[in-house]
Design a protein around this ligand. Structure first.
Ligand SMILES: Nc1ncnc2c1ncn2[C@@H]1O[C@H](COP(=O)(O)OP(=O)(O)OP(=O)(O)O)[C@@H](O)[C@H]1O
Length: 368
């Protein structure tokens, strides 16, 4: 069985803190440090005082709830740590502009129109549905389409004061915190925003926004190779990149260039894998049929050739396009295409875990 934080948290919601009638999740006693490795689950519970009389019984009740509601095979006994104060902000805060963010994923493509923004938005929503804390930054200055895909084109941004600083508050939709370069510049004008202006606006959306604590921060990058890619790797330590392509020859050649850019010395970001989009066409009336209109397995074969993972194959279906136009990502629907995105999210979680286990953290690119 595959374990996700949401499954564990749902089980913990059945554990009540005596005398309050509230569960331990609602009371904020479950620390945001859950680790899942195979069947092994560990996290901390925060108690108000070291002398709290219920520490032992609540730890025990949490173990029992997880084994009862999630499964007896979950290794939880002895893995719940007890803390009596909320942990201090990380020392990393001074070095990283996003100290509360665990993983930063850049979604890019070799060429435009292959479905990069569709993949980024459905991936973000799927991860949120699996119980992760997710942020999405639309950095595609050439065509910021995330606001439309989430139905928040008219979102009014406001500032809030965080630790004495004025910060931009991201919009929130379907459990995802969202900011887009499209919020700060007219769509028609965005394309003129090359160079320093676009870079500065993006840096502001990253460093002066209240992203808070996130498990995954997804960035919808511009297609191709651009100076915006450089700005992003100079501003943030990107954990890994995902390259979206269609199975078509012309798209594959550009995807390969995109992968070379990430792995090259100027950018130097590990590639988590390839997503093949529009892998086959499936008519709504015949959900079992597959027509390989852009060729078969192009992305899969490219992944094998370059020795990178194939993270998923997404069919071409009308519902995905309609979902984008209507502002309701298809992954919210229990359809074949919706499930393809949930499986993609699961593959990305696994790829990030493997990357973090095998490679050192990415460093920001420093220019002299
Ligand atoms: N699997 C799919 N099935 C059906 N329609 C899709 C699929 N993937 C993307 N689309 C549609 O194709 C169009 C282009 O997708 P999208 O905007 O995600 O591409 P993109 O690569 O981000 O483009 P750009 O580089 O111009 O930003 C959109 O109308 C989207 O709804």
């Amino acid at each position: 069985m595959t374990l996700y934080p949401k499954l564990i948290l749902d089980a913990l919601k059945t554990v009540r803190y005596p005398g309050t009638g509230k569960d331990i999740v609602a009371m904020g006693m479950v620390e945001d440090d859950m680790r899942i490795e195979g069947n092994k689950v560990s996290f901390s519970l925060i108690f108000p005082r070291p002398t709290d009389p219920f520490i032992k019984s609540i730890v025990r009740a949490s173990e029992v709830a997880i084994n009862t509601y999630v499964g007896p095979e979950v290794e939880i006994k002895g893995n719940i740590a007890v803390k009596t104060v909320k942990k201090n902000p990380d020392k990393k805060a001074a070095e990283s502009p996003l100290p509360g963010v665990k993983n930063i994923i850049g979604v890019s493509s070799g060429k435009g129109g292959v479905g990069k923004s569709t993949v980024a938005s459905n991936l973000a929503v799927s991860l949120a549905q699996l119980g992760y804390k997710v942020g999405l930054l639309d950095a595609d200055i050439f065509g910021p389409s995330i606001p439309k895909m989430f139905g928040i084109e008219d979102a009014q941004l406001y500032m809030s004061e965080v630790d004495g600083r004025n910060m931009i508050e991201p919009a929130e939709r379907y459990g995802v915190k969202i900011l887009s370069i499209g919020f700060v510049v007219d769509k028609e004008k965005a394309v003129l925003w090359r160079g320093a202006m676009a870079s500065n606006a993006l840096k502001q959306l990253i460093t002066e926004a209240n992203w808070g604590e996130l498990d995954y921060f997804i960035i919808d990058m511009p297609p191709g190779t651009s100076d915006i890619h450089l700005t992003l790797v100079q501003t943030l330590a990107i954990t890994g990149a995902i390259v979206v392509t269609t199975p078509q020859e012309v798209a594959l050649a550009d995807a390969q260039k995109g992968i070379s850019m990430f792995l090259g010395p100027q950018v130097n970001v590990p590639v988590l894998g390839i997503v093949e989009n529009m892998s086959w066409f499936t008519p709504a009336s015949h959900p079992d049929e597959k027509y390989f209109i852009f060729g078969k397995d192009g992305g899969k074969n490219l992944a094998a050739k370059l020795g990178v993972k194939l993270l998923g194959q997404i069919p071409l279906v009308a519902g995905i396009c309609k979902g984008g136009d209507d502002g309701v990502p298809v992954t919210l629907q229990n359809s074949v295409s919706g499930r393809a995105f949930v499986e993609l999210a699961q593959a990305v979680v696994k790829a990030v875990d493997e990357r973090n286990a095998s490679l050192p953290p990415t460093h920001r690119v420093v220019t002299h």
